[in-house]
Ligand binder design. Sequence first.
Ligand code: HEC
Length: 132
Amino acid sequence: MGRKAVRPAKVFAATAAALLAMGASDGRGADARKGEAAFTRQCALCHTVAKHESNRFGPNLFGILNRRAGSVSGFKYSQAFQSTAQWEWNAETLKAWILGPAHMVPGTTMGVFQGVADRDSDDIIAYLASQK
Ligand code: HEC
């Protein structure tokens, strides 16, 4: 392939980690309040996020940051997800996932969702990070 491009995802991950460590918003980056609104619009159809809420079409996402993928109890993950998603959820893996679930895990049942806009993803991750 010979792609020698820089790795924006890596740069992003470092930035996001710094932002998440600082809190909801520093005025130039992720905003958990906007993330909540974006989550309600784009994710809440399939996901609850409050503690002890039940799974919907997708698993409950309370405390998803730093959690091993595919470990929400009582949720039946797709075969594709179980065999591919061997990572922990952090800013980098979450970003890749919500930008294009079917790209990250071909065959996932979340693949019916096209993915979020790049700008929304930072806010949604900040929101999810606050739900723990
Ligand atoms: C059309 C329904 C649907 C929408 C919309 C949707 N998801 Fe999902 N999501 C799923 C399903 C189904 C799974 C389980 C995937 C599998 O088993 O293949 C999942 C899995 C996940 C996981 C992995 C959870 C784990 O336990 O490892 C995360 C994180 C996630 N979704 C976040 C989001 C976010 C954030 C949004 C909004 C930007 C979103 N999803 C939108 C259906 C959806």
